[in-house]
Design a binder for this molecule. Structure first.
Ligand code: NI
Length: 137
């Protein structure tokens, strides 16, 4: 097991009160676990900035009746097959589809896939959830 190190943190009273309110609302048992999560989140954000191997998911909502859109989405996925782990397609209603694309690879390549998909005409919504491979946290 990893050795735990205790350290003191100084903080403005008002800021600490806000932090404690948030912890309570989110169900944290201690400040330590909340601070550990904040540190992990910062490390993951850094992984995306420095262009390391990361993971995540891209979510798309689009109208599948839009001319040639499905083909274009498929072309992009094949062009970047090395970073696409899996896709899940959900038929939301008669017109709309939601697709979740799980990705793992270099941050820059994943951002490129995301940008290509976002730029397609007929795509109504996209989001990129930035995660980690978990190796560094
Ligand atoms: Ni569909």
């Amino acid at each position: 097991m990893t050795k735990l190190i205790r350290f003191g943190v100084s903080m403005e009273k008002g800021l600490l009160s806000k932090f404690d309110r948030l912890l309570k609302a989110e169900g944290y048992a201690s400040r330590s676990e909340a601070i550990r999560d904040l540190v992990r989140k910062t490390i993951v954000e850094e992984e995306w900035v420095t262009g390391e191997t990361v993971s995540g998911s891209i979510m798309l909502v689009y109208n599948h009746h839009h001319r040639e859109l499905l083909e274009k989405i498929m072309d992009i996925q094949h062009d970047f097959h090395e970073v696409i782990i899996s896709t899940q397609h959900v038929h939301m209603d008669h017109d709309n589809c939601l697709e979740i694309i799980v990705v793992k690879g270099m941050a820059e390549v994943i951002k490129k896939v995301y940008n290509h998909l976002t730029a397609l005409k007929g795509v109504k919504y996209t989001s990129l959830s930035r995660a980690t491979t978990g190796k560094k946290i």
